[in-house]
Design a protein. Structure first.
Length: 385
């Protein structure tokens, strides 16, 4: 008889059926890691019906969702076996509307709720802001060095010009990206995007009115903080709010809309090339799309996953309802997220900034992803992109 598969909420020793070779009764770390990684994709797989229903009942009672217990029973079964939802029988059998909603996730996957469309639009604006911020200085480089008295061919002036141009990337690499973790932890996805939008508005206005290269550098460093925090958060926010069928497309759309922002910035630079104070317009104009980003983000629902990590399950349910067509989709996704969070808590326990940084290199699947991303980013810079 196969070993009983325990629910995600049980202790680590129950998650893995493997013990060390020395007979201590403790899980072998290597085998435990393999077991956990195998279950991350679907933590509910293999759990018996009775156990799953008991887990759902406890889940609803603990998190104030007793009124939704019937739909969570169905959702848990769908999350456990996503391909066979039409074959669920008994009291948890899905009605026609629920089956249709799940089927249309595949057949009409871009038929989305209005709030999810708004979320996609807002994230796209965030990416376009990123692109325009990057290219605004391209045309201005022709003009502002003379204004600041750094237009000679001396080594000093060339270095200063390079430093000013590198300002956003220095601010992003040295501060913005690193701030994204604690900011996300305390303020949520929307809070970080709101924060970063401010840093993509006021420093750019400051850039347009800067009178020397020191002021310009300071403004561009501040802009980099917003760029780094935003680039680290918007794709995550899009992924956490979207259904699995379009999640990859939405995450990858970040690069597409960033390229659109680059094109928009280049077009604007050409449009004002012969204008008076042209370089000031080129440096300041990228704040324009950040203004709607600032306001639209709080019209979008907060990430249900982030709310659940904070124990705000009722708020997560209200958020998820706005992002899905049918409650069966909400219950399926919420219970699957809950199971994954429980599994993560078994492996990671209470983490802090340092431990999460360490996990970039110590957890095999994260290390591989980190290495791949590192290689791609380094290659991108080496080829001038």
């Amino acid at each position: 008889m196969a070993d009983k598969v325990h629910p995600p909420g049980e202790k680590i020793a129950h998650v893995s059926g493997h013990h060390d070779e020395h007979g201590t009764g403790q899980p072998d770390p290597v085998e435990l890691s393999r077991n956990i990684e195998a279950r991350i994709k679907n933590p509910l797989e293999g759990i018996g019906y009775d156990q799953l229903m008991r887990d759902v009942e406890v889940f609803c009672q603990e998190h104030g969702l007793q009124e939704e217990i019937a739909v969570f029973r169905k959702g848990a079964l769908v999350a456990q076996d996503p391909e066979n939802y039409a074959n669920i029988g008994g009291p948890e059998a899905l009605d026609e509307a629920e089956v249709t909603a799940l089927r249309e996730e595949v057949t009409h996957k871009w038929r989305l709720p209005k709030k999810l469309y708004l979320t996609i639009i807002t994230c796209s604006i965030g990416a376009a802001v990123q692109g325009w911020d990057q290219t605004g200085t391209n045309g201005a480089n022709i003009f502002f060095p003379k204004e600041y008295g750094i237009d000679s061919s001396s080594t000093r002036d060339r270095l200063i010009l390079g430093l000013v141009n590198a300002g956003p990337y220095l601010g992003s690499a040295l501060c913005g990206c690193w701030l994204s973790d604690p900011l996300n932890h305390y303020f949520g996805r929307r809070g970080v995007i709101f924060f970063s939008a401010h840093f993509c508005i006021w420093p750019l206005i400051g850039s347009a009115f800067s009178h020397n290269w020191q002021q310009q550098l300071a403004n561009r460093l501040l802009m980099g903080i917003g760029m780094g925090a935003k680039a680290s958060t918007v794709p995550i926010y899009a992924a956490e709010n979207s259904p699995p069928s379009i999640r990859g497309a939405l995450v990858m759309s970040w690069q597409m809309w960033t390229a659109f922002g680059i094109a928009l910035g280049t077009a604007f630079n050409l449009a004002v090339y012969y204008a008076e104070h042209n370089w000031r317009l080129m440096l300041g104009a990228p704040f324009l799309p950040a203004v709607p980003l600032l306001f639209l983000i709080y019209l979008c629902p907060e990430s249900p996953r982030w709310l659940m990590k904070k124990g705000r399950y009722h708020d997560a349910w209200k958020s998820m309802i706005q992002l899905r067509h049918n409650p069966i989709q909400c219950s399926r996704d919420m219970y699957a997220i809950h199971a994954q969070l429980q599994l993560e808590s078994l492996v990671l326990g209470k983490s802090n900034y340092a431990s999460r940084f360490k996990e970039l290199f110590t957890i095999p699947r994260v290390r591989r992803a980190n290495l791949a991303a590192f290689t791609v980013m380094i290659a991108q810079q080496m080829c001038g992109k």
